[in-house]
Ligand binder design. Structure first.
Ligand code: EPS
Length: 394
């Protein structure tokens, strides 16, 4: 079983993640994690913090001489902003110098304060912050590294930002550098221009923008996930993992909502037999590579919709000061205009973690060599077709 836990607050000393269940012998370096974290910082529309904060990675445990040991891998990502926040976020007894009492609508501030009994929104927002996704991406870097040995690659691209849509043309793994080189991680240059213009326009008036990223998993073998129980369905696992990303409000697998409006004859992926390869094939991936909770061997496709960030540089949404109960506007924090390009990288991460967990469940093994051997020995073929027994008369 592959599992991971993150801890840490946005302006705390550091984020940490512990990943348990990786096989021994997986090549892992600090640079591998660092490179993936750098990808998460990409995207036009991010705030100034992305420029002045570095993600400082330390491998605390589970890796020796560039290989995993099969023990939990612990990673620390230091917040280089910490010296500025040391007083405000100190774990030692004391009190903050500034108490945030005007919760932002659309953020978890108020519901979190009510649930946990806090009088300061910072006690909620520090953990709710999407800064936490840096820790997920570190874990995802390890999952991706493992998947690569099984022939699986996960890529993402932004298909909508601020209401501007791309042509939808899908990048392949070899196109990932091109996508990352785009200002908004979009694979359609004309759409990228419109998206950047939308971000500029929103920034001018202190507003924020949402959008949609598409995640594509290549090389996923038939047979990950299962139809036998609700909590083993691959699409269900993907939906939960993707929906858990901060500010995500919708997840669609394959043609998703669109399929609901089509006739059955137009809604599914026809099956054919490739005699040369000895494999069943699907020419389309309307089902997003999952049928009944099991991967079919077709391209795995998920779309993830992110709402506009709730922190505005020009707060206009009405709220209440919880100290006085007077109507006001929410507090002003420096923020990003949009984080959709970064969310795409986080969506890759969550997809990779789900696929890695399911691959380990299916193929198993304590070392990478054993896992790869088990994968190579997997046929994905059918059992014998039982011959029908003619109904007797007795
Ligand atoms: C975030 C607000 C911004 C983002 C932050 C997430 O932080 P700040 O208010 O400190 O500038 O920069 O994201 C990150 C730091 C990150 O690494 O992704 C929020 O409100 O969620």
């Amino acid at each position: 079983m592959l599992r991971f836990l993150t801890a840490g607050e946005s302006h705390g000393r550091a984020l940490v993640v512990v990943v348990e269940g990786l096989p021994a012998g997986l090549p892992v370096t600090r640079q591998l994690v660092q490179a993936e974290l750098a990808r998460r910082r990409l995207g036009y529309g991010r705030g100034p913090r992305m420029r002045f904060e570095a993600d400082e990675v330390t491998l605390l445990g589970g890796v020796r001489h560039g290989r995993t040991l099969g023990s939990p891998v612990a990673i620390e990502i230091a917040n280089t902003e910490w010296p500025k926040w040391e007083q405000e976020m100190s774990p030692d007894p004391g009190s903050p110098s500034r108490v945030l009492t005007t919760p932002r609508p659309g953020h978890v501030d108020l519901a979190g304060m009510q649930k946990y009994g806090f009088g300061d929104a910072r006690d909620v927002l520090e953990r709710a912050s999407a800064r936490e996704t840096a820790a997920r991406v570190a874990a995802g870097a390890l999952a991706k590294a493992m998947l690569a040995h099984l022939g699986m690659q996960v890529v993402s691209h932004v298909v909508a930002l601020g209401g501007e849509w791309s042509s939808g043309r899908r990048p392949e793994p070899a196109d990932l550098d091109t996508v990352d080189a785009s200002a908004v991680r979009c694979f359609d240059a004309a759409a990228e221009e419109r998206m950047v213009a939308a971000v500029k326009a929103a920034a001018k008036v202190g507003d924020s923008l949402g959008g949609v990223a598409e995640v594509l998993a290549y090389g996923v073998p038939v047979g990950l996930g299962s139809h036998v129980h609700w909590d083993r369905k691959l699409d269900g696992l993907l939906a939960q993992a993707l929906m858990s990303i901060q500010a995500v409000k919708a997840v669609e697998i394959g043609d998703g909502f669109d399929v609901a409006g089509r006739r059955g004859s137009e809604a599914h992926d026809a099956i054919s037999w490739d005699a040369d390869a000895g494999e069943y094939r699907r020419q389309t991936s309307r089902a997003g590579g999952v049928e009944g909770g099991i991967s079919t061997g077709a391209l795995v496709v998920a779309r993830v919709a992110m709402k506009p960030l709730a922190t505005l540089n020009r707060p206009v949404l009405g709220t209440v000061d919880v100290a006085t109960k007077e109507s006001t506007v929410s507090f002003k924090e420096r923020t990003d205009v949009t984080a959709v390009p970064a969310m795409g990288v986080v969506a890759e991460t969550m997809t990779a973690l789900v696929l890695a967990a399911e691959a380990l469940r299916k193929f198993g093994g304590d070392s990478l060599a054993e896992l790869v051997r088990n994968r190579d020995g997997y046929l994905g073929s059918l059992g014998d077709t039982p011959s029908a027994v003619a109904a007797g008369d007795g």
